[in-house]
Design a protein. Structure first.
Length: 569
């Protein structure tokens, strides 16, 4: 039901298909084509089951987002739950004031003071220069859903982006990849600030070297009418003296705040007191969250899906922040934190009195999130969907309403030349991923004149038929000649195959244009052999197409579960 409604809302002009993008792109002027995600080997089977066979995984989640009653039920559960709306609105308001957020974002955040307001939440790590394309696709999905729920359910609904920056893995977020003018992937890596790799990302501050990284990016990007404004926007957000997490939040806000997206820096110490009771409870019942998540993982495995998280039974789902982010382990009536041993009661008291010194792990983060916000839906990537499926019992234990889960929009953005190529030639999107020439050779083979292919096939069949007959009758003359005949057949087949390869090479030389077009499409769709949305930074697309790209994605990108969209820009 929701899938159909969202297609109508997005005014989709091309219906999804399980036959790959080409069938839908055949019509001239088509701007997007849907591909069933179950075709892609890199997509978890859980994602396909969630979209197309929800009853098979229903026991792991709070409801089916494609059923309207699921939305009504979750809104009721969330609005009935007691929170501190004025307090969290104040925290976000202070963040927005510091970042000089757009008025639309401030107005949306102010709605949190109204206890009837609900939220569509998504989030991501603070990736360099805004992170990969899927970061924006998450935000676009959340904005679209918030608008739709507000209209259909007549409930004030806002979209919130949770900036996750308490992990210390600098290498995960330090690089941004773009395509240069020759469609070659180029990666810019930020110089590591002081403490990178040991301290949480939120505790890191950019220094003067950030300017050199932006200069490097500027020399790589293909010059367009938008390059100057993109670089200026990056310099405004990523400036010396600004925290890494805040820089990311500033950039996201500059790009999407005008659509009412509320950006939340989750590492803000001012927000931690609102979740102090969550940290304290987790420490009092150390091991309970891990046990519940492990039990759900067993159920997930029984349903045929691999769990995302294998919890440690002696480790509560919370870290201590003391310059670094250190795991806490239970040891009898005490906890060990690095080389320190702290009585359990003491650590619980610290969590209540100084919650800014604590940070949730992957299992507790959603609980903290939905303690702070009236979350009716979380927009998730494939891995997030898997670990969220392990948290139903954890939500119940903390008496927090579990939100619905909606998969983020998934897309490959291509230019008009690539779209024309897809319309003209029989190429399936997933066949472009391998970085060898197998798909190109197959395409070139399909373009050989039929008479040549037919003659080659006839020659191969004739040789094989004649030699097979000869092998059968030779033993009547001399049994030892059968082996020699088989060897001769193998050589003849090898020679024919070599001739066929030479034919393909001749086709390559004859149609070098097709080769260049194929390579250009492959570079856009699978840079470095990986899906575009996971590899290319969003700055690449903003440089190519300008800020109106985001308007177009919000207005036109379908967010149907189970579909990956090839979009012509």
């Amino acid at each position: 039901m929701l899938s159909k409604a969202l297609r109508e809302y997005a005014n989709v002009s091309v219906e999804p298909t399980t036959d790959g993008p080409r069938a839908a792109l055949l019509a001239d002027g088509a701007t997007r084509a849907g591909v069933d995600v179950r075709r892609f080997p890199w997509i978890r089977p859980l994602s396909g089951a969630y979209a197309y066979d929800f009853p098979s995984v229903a026991s792991l989640y709070a409801g089916d987002p494609q059923r309207p009653e699921a939305w009504r039920d979750v809104i009721q559960r969330v609005t009935d739950h007691r929170r501190q709306p004025a307090a969290i609105a104040g925290v976000i308001g202070a963040q927005q004031e510091r970042r000089a957020a757009p008025p639309e974002a401030r107005a949306a955040a102010a709605q949190l003071r109204d206890p009837t307001t609900v939220a569509i939440v998504t989030g991501q790590q603070a990736g360099a220069f805004g992170g990969p394309l899927y970061t924006i696709l998450k935000a676009v999905t959340a904005i679209q859903l918030a608008r739709r729920v507000a209209e259909e359910q007549r409930t004030p609904t806002i979209a919130i982006f949770w900036v996750d920056a308490e992990d210390h893995d600098w290498n995960e977020i330090a690089s941004c990849t773009v395509l240069d003018a020759e469609f070659q992937p180029r990666t810019v890596t930020l110089d590591a600030p002081d403490g990178a790799g040991q301290r949480p990302v939120a505790a890191l501050t950019l220094d003067e070297r950030i300017g050199r990284a932006i200069d490097e990016l500027a020399t790589i990007l293909t010059p367009t009418p938008f390059t100057e404004s993109v670089i200026a926007s990056l310099r405004a957000a990523y400036a010396p003296g600004v925290g890494v997490a805040e820089a990311f939040a500033r950039w996201m806000e500059a790009a999407l705040g005008r659509f009412g997206l509320v950006v939340f820096e989750s590492s803000d110490p001012a927000a931690k007191p609102l979740a102090a009771h969550v940290f304290a409870r987790e420490l009092r019942t150390a091991g309970a969250t891990a046990s519940l998540a492990a039990k759900a993982g067993t159920s997930m495995r029984a349903l045929g899906h691999a769990p995302q998280v294998e919890p440690q039974p002696d480790q509560p789902a919370v870290f201590r922040l003391d310059g670094t982010r250190t795991a806490i382990k239970r040891q009898g009536d005490a906890f060990t934190i690095g080389d320190d041993t702290v009585p359990a009661a003491t650590l619980v008291e610290q969590a209540e009195r100084a919650p800014a010194r604590f940070s949730p792990n992957v299992l507790l983060r959603p609980i903290v999130q939905d303690t702070l916000f009236p979350t009716i839906c979380y927009v998730a990537g494939p891995s997030e969907m898997a670990y969220l499926g392990q948290l139903g019992g954890v939500y119940a234990a903390f008496d927090i309403p579990m939100p619905l889960i909606v998969p983020r929009a998934s897309a490959t953005l291509v230019d008009a030349a690539a779209a024309r190529f897809l319309r003209r030639y029989p190429v399936d999107l997933e066949s472009l991923q391998p970085q060898g020439e197998a798909a190109l050779n197959q395409l070139l083979k399909s373009q050989l004149p039929p008479s040549v292919e037919e003659a080659m096939r006839e020659a191969s069949d004739a040789v094989k038929g004649s030699m097979t007959r000869l092998i059968e009758v030779l033993p009547e003359l001399d049994p030892t000649l059968a082996g020699a005949a088989k060897t001769t057949l193998g050589k003849m087949e090898h020679d024919l195959q070599s001739l066929h390869s030479k034919m393909i090479q001749a086709a390559k030389r004859r149609d070098d244009t097709l080769r260049r077009q194929f390579t250009r499409l492959q570079a856009q769709a699978f840079p470095l052999g990986h899906p575009q949305e996971r590899t290319l930074g969003v700055v690449h697309f903003l440089n190519q197409y300008g800020p109106s790209l985001i308007d177009r994605l919000i207005d036109e990108l379908p967010i149907d579960p189970g579909q990956h969209w090839v979009v012509t820009i």
